[in-house]
Design a protein around this ligand. Structure first.
Ligand code: FES
Ligand SMILES: [Fe+2]
Length: 354
């Protein structure tokens, strides 16, 4: 696919053709981009068991995994039994021996095969391939990320996030009560497109619009992502920014980070809402909200309030755009040069996939 499908000059560019949202071949390439990316695992403090299955990573990557904690040594291991491929753990457990429920093979929390009944006469057994494979896992400010392919250093991906908002990202506590799993009848890229512009806020989100000073809304594009900064309306909650912040002196109400291709970190004065976009088919998407609270007293205030309502408002437009993508009368549109730089950046990135 030509990189110039979307012109580098936003003033001239056309948006992606609608087949990008309907074609199953293109969808397979997009899934591969997700498989190559860093994915969010969770916060270290939210994992309290020796063995924790990670179903969202299975859904994203077709790779069943467990996070193990072996007296402080944290690992990400395959959850697929090396005998005949059974997925082993479905619930958290504090047992430090992982036993396959199919034929009883056992593994340690380090992934090493411990025991296998009925293999006394097997020759050249066990070998290294009988142990559970492990995956790259990295801790960043207490938040854990993983990748199947370490093509890009996590620090390089997160450098802009660290520089701008790293000062805030400590002491976050997972609040499972605030987690949500949303199922949406739309292609995953429509969800990302919608996220990447604040252009629609006055039309789609009247309550959020009241909480923001929409004239102060900015979009910045980075090599691997986009940052949108929303300034708080007068009387609405904003960050107490340190003098070292380049935003010091501004009344910032929200930092909206998107990291290519399917991760969003929404940094609000109350804490961080992580959105993980899981494409479940070319026409359906599951969006996971995971909430990490720092200042509980600021919950339900300002731009970070009423997230469920805002989400449903977004889903309405995203699902209706999906209907539009299937219409024979629509092929592609144009970008607002002042409001849709983030969407343009994403489209340039995703359309360059081989
Ligand atoms: S598949 Fe696990 S022991 Fe057979
Ligand atoms: Fe929105």
């Amino acid at each position: 696919m030509s990189e110039e499908l979307v012109n580098a000059d936003i003033r001239l560019a056309q948006t992606l053709p609608s087949e990008f949202y309907t074609d199953t071949g293109l969808f397979a390439a997009q899934r591969n981009a997700i498989k190559s990316a860093w994915q969010f695992v969770g916060s270290s403090e939210q994992f309290t068991s020796a063995v924790s299955p990670l179903p969202h990573l299975d859904a994203l990557l077709n790779e069943p995994m467990i996070r193990t904690n072996d007296d402080g040594i944290v690992r990400l291991l395959s959850n697929v039994c090396t005998h005949r491929g059974m997925v082993m753990c479905h619930e958290e457990t504090d047992k430090k021996t992982i036993q396959c429920p199919y034929h009883g093979r056992t593994f340690g929390c380090d992934g090493r095969l411990k025991h296998m009944p009925g293999f006394e006469q097997a020759l050249d057994f066990p070998t290294q391939t009988d142990n559970l494979p492990s995956f790259h896992l990295k801790n960043w400010n207490g938040l854990e990320f993983m990748t199947l392919k370490a093509e890009l250093e996590l620090d390089a991906l997160l450098q802009p996030v660290q520089e701008r908002t790293g000062w805030f990202l400590n002491g976050l506590k997972h609040d499972a009560e605030r987690d949500r799993d949303w199922d949406i009848n739309a292609h995953w890229m429509l969800y990302v497109d919608n996220y990447l512009e604040g252009f629609h806020i006055p039309f789609v989100h009247p309550e959020l619009n009241d909480a923001l000073d929409t004239k102060g809304y900015t979009t910045e594009c980075f090599e691997h992502g986009v940052l949108q900064v929303g300034l708080a309306a007068a009387d609405e909650v904003c960050f107490d920014l340190p003098e070292t912040s380049i935003d010091h002196g501004k009344r910032v109400g929200a930092y909206y980070w998107w990291l290519y291709p399917n991760l969003m970190l929404n940094v609000y004065p109350w804490g961080v809402s992580v959105n993980i976009i899981v494409p479940t088919s070319a026409a359906t998407t599951r969006v996971l909200f995971r909430s990490y609270v720092k200042h509980a007293d600021l919950l339900d205030q300002g731009a970070g309030a009423e997230l469920d309502k805002v989400e449903l408002q977004d889903q309405f437009v995203v699902e209706n755009c999906m209907k539009g993508m299937r219409s024979a009368s629509y092929e592609r549109g144009r970008y607002s040069p002042t409001h849709e730089q983030g969407v343009h950046h994403f489209h340039r990135m995703i359309s360059s996939l081989k």
